[in-house]
Design a protein around this ligand. Sequence first.
Ligand code: ASP
Length: 445
Amino acid sequence: MSLTMKVVIGMGLGIVLGLFFNLSGLNADGSFVNTYIVDGVFHVIGKMFVNALKMLVVPLVLFSLICGVCGIGNLNTLGRVGSKSFALYMLTTAIAITIAMTIALTTGIGEGMNLAGTANFTAKEAPPLTDVFINIIPSNPVKSMANGDMLPLIFFSILIGISMLMVGKKAKGFIEGAEIANEIMMKMVNIIMAAAPYAVFALIAKSMANLGLELLGQLVGYVLVLVGALFVHLFVTLMLILKMFSGLSPRLFLKKIRSAQVFAFSTASSNATIPVTLRAVTERMGVNNSVASFTVPFGATINMDGTAIMQGVATVFIANIYSADLGTAEYITVILMSVLASIGTAGVPGVGLIMLSMVFAQVGLPIEGIGLILGVDRLMDMIRTAVNVSGDAVVSTIVAKSEGKFDVDVYSDLDAGIVTNDDLHVDQGVEQELAEAIINTQNRS
Ligand code: ASP
């Protein structure tokens, strides 16, 4: 059985058990199940797994991007990859929110609902846009790495790569070292992925057990419209864009992106999913690392189609509940704001709500209205994060194909890059070989 299949089964079992705990009331506050299983075992396993994924992100991005820049080896191409992916990321996000608002406006969700008095939400501060630009350049790269800040890390890694190219021949050893380090990190991704079926089970069971099902009933209109819009974007818009710009088969794409989608769904974090997305687009789809090492972490940070869709639907829903009359100008502001907000915020759980409060402040909607959708947001976050990473992969594929940094044979091969037991295999006697290599080096020096 393939690993993805096992993970999907883990996910299914997690949904069933979590919902059972929730519906049967076994997960009540202070109960045994709640204290020791859901907030105990499941919480610990899930958190350990998310930590393990996050642990990989910074070194993986650093080394793969250094290799990527050296692999491209040409500043013009680098600039083209950067501007193409930026333009496509912004375009897909703008299309996503426009479609979402159109669907929400046509269905008229929230009209006539009387929930306004029950809302309660205080927004966390979002970073001002000026700071976002300033902070792209790290004053202390080690600190940025420690914080897991993606844009400064991307900037620093690209600069190292470019400088290595400038140093030329003398940097050869360093480049080879970075390539080996990158390979080692990719192996680590395989090791962590092998634990995924159990961890995904724990993560999903916990989320489902804590789900506000009564709220789900009350917000059924919002949830249906939002999930519908997310599906339209994933299966129609993104696939049309993929087909149009690259000519590649959407069916194959959807098969190969599945593992990244499942990880995104389980962790609700595009950032934590970077290792899996990177693996899926390079090894499963055939995108060259020189493109993917940039487009994937860049996309995880600035591209959030699913989040933009949530913002579009939530704006219409809450405006209707508060009977606020938004005109075309306000809707255009919503589109612009959410595209801009997506640049400044990282792909971590729940960040969409912070972005939403920026949008609300701009068009004058009551921020506490966000409290109305809070109870279902974790579930919506899981689904929209899967859409976010799919968007990152679509753009990576299109850009790579247009730059000739793409292997069609890998894309067409259904089994390419599937994690097997061989990926986790350690050769007999390898430690002996490594020890000999070290002794040889020492003798030579
Ligand atoms: N969790 C989302 C992500 O990581 C962001 C959000 O919508 O809150 O992409």
